[in-house]
Design a protein around this ligand. Structure first.
Ligand code: GLY
Ligand code: MN
Ligand code: MN
Length: 463
């Protein structure tokens, strides 16, 4: 946990920014997998972690904007339960650690909220992403489930997005330590293991082992596939073969649950083929061009568009496209090869605050979301500012299903040389992803460098 002052200051900011009312921040409950006693691994709600820092189920935090006080509602673990779970902190201990002045049994919460409603106080809450929370809010606030979603507080969303988007030195340190101590090892291990005859599942098991051995968890379900052209492929059934590329997209959570999210691609052979190296270098060029451009005041939308233009220039020189680069990218012809966004916010969530709506976290009055296929998947388009943490993850993919479809529709046939693409139908996909903080004059990749140039990767693959 961070110091109690940090949690007090974070809540103070909310209190200062909101005009009045109370903020209701339920923590997460355990979620049953197949019966109540066999639950999914517990993951605390990220907003609750941010404002209270307590990594335990069954708690709700309340911040009274008018009095400035914060409360915790929850139940002490009974002796019967302690026999099963061992030592457990008391509510008093948990409250003390997050600087909360008063704590109450959970049954008091319903009354507290009913009184607040009678007094016509505004209850600010966030849109629920779990069904149990939706039902709980529906019961507490006497709304139908549809009304619960409708009445989520736009004011609270906006304040939280502003506050949580900017990371302080302690948060950056959490992310960097995790990259250095855990995530890097995952990728170096995957690189060393990417040999003919190894199963994707064996590499995934090694990645999981590293996270667990460090007392961490992974920040999302990892992608470890020779079919890197399927963007979020979660199957690990293939055996690696000479000539293929292995795409690994994985991350770990720090002890405080800050995420990391990296992607690297390794040749299964000792070296990249010429065709693989050409495409790999182009993805790296896209990432480098993006990193060079990123600084406060520039929109991430324009960085994304710039990376797309680098892609098109490269594909033109490889004979896969032709035409006016700006026009091609405006119209979305490049999305055949790069059908996703350049990156997303990252923090306590790997896609930070996506539960609050991508429109709310990634766009504003100044920058609106594109409607063009590919470009519309950019999750964050707004102006960059100091302290933001984003991923930068360009890619190039040869997706046979998409290529066939576009070819059949003769889509952008004046720009795309479909006959040349035939040579790439077994290529797979390449993505290179790093986590980056915006500084006062540019940006900085977080953590020690994880090998990514062709020379670095091939050197590490040498016997
Ligand atoms: N690993 C998920 C993503 O890169 O967005
Ligand atoms: Mn990723
Ligand atoms: Mn990512």
């Amino acid at each position: 946990m961070f110091s109690k002052e940090k949690y007090l200051n974070r809540r103070k900011y909310l209190i200062e920014q909101l005009p009045s009312g109370i903020v209701l921040l339920p923590g997460n409950e355990r979620v049953p997998m197949n019966y109540a006693g066999n639950a999914y691994p517990f993951r605390q709600d990220s907003h609750f972690l941010y404002y209270f820092g307590i990594d335990m189920p069954g708690l709700t935090g309340v911040i009274d904007v008018d009095s400035g006080e914060s409360y915790l509602f929850g139940d002490e673990v009974t002796l019967d339960e302690l026999i099963w779970v061992g030592e457990y902190p008391s509510l008093a201990e948990m409250s003390e650690k997050s600087g909360v002045s008063k704590f109450f049994p959970k049954m008091r919460l319903e009354n507290y909220l009913a009184t607040a409603l009678q007094l016509k106080r505004t209850i600010h809450y966030l849109p629920p992403y779990r069904a149990d929370r939706l039902l709980q809010l529906s019961q507490w606030l006497s709304f139908t489930p549809a009304e619960v979603k409708e009445h989520a507080s736009d004011e609270l969303i906006s304040v939280i997005v502003n506050q949580r988007s900017v990371k302080d030195a302690d948060e950056l340190n959490e992310i960097e330590l995790t990259i250095n101590q855990v995530t890097s090892e995952m990728f170096l291990t995957a690189l060393r293991m990417s040999e003919p005859g190894i199963k994707e599942s064996e590499i995934v098991a090694a990645i999981e082992h590293i996270a667990k051995a460090h007392g961490c968890r992974q920040s999302f379900i990892p992608i470890c596939s020779v079919n890197g052209h399927y963007l979020h492929n979660e199957s690990y059934a293939n055996i690696l073969r000479e000539g293929q590329l292995l795409l690994v997209d994985a991350g770990s959570e720090s002890k405080m649950h800050y995420a990391t999210d990296l992607t690297r691609v390794f040749p299964v052979a000792k070296t990249f083929t010429t065709q693989q190296a050409e495409i790999y270098q182009l993805v790296l060029d896209m990432q480098m061009a993006a990193l060079q451009m990123m600084k406060p005041g520039i929109t991430y939308f324009s960085v994304h568009m710039h990376a797309c233009k680098v892609l098109v220039e490269g594909l033109k020189s490889l004979g896969l496209m032709n035409g006016d680069t700006d026009e091609l990218v405006e119209q979305g012809a490049h999305a055949l090869f790069f059908p996703h966004g350049l990156g997303h916010l990252m923090g306590l969530d790997v896609h930070d605050m996506e539960d609050l709506g991508e429109q709310n976290t990634g766009y504003d009055d100044e920058v609106s979301r594109s409607t063009v296929f590919g470009t519309r998947y950019l999750r964050y388009g707004k102006k960059l500012k100091e302290g933001l943490v984003l991923t930068v993850e360009p890619g190039i993919y040869f997706i046979p299903l998409l290529i066939q479809q576009w070819k059949k529709e003769e889509k952008f046939k004046q720009y795309i040389h479909y006959e040349q693409i035939e040579r790439y139908l077994n290529f797979g996909g390449i993505r290179i992803e790093d986590d980056v903080v915006i500084t006062n004059s540019g940006c900085r990749i977080l953590g020690n460098p994880v090998p990514k140039t062709i020379a670095e990767i091939e050197l590490l693959k040498m016997p």
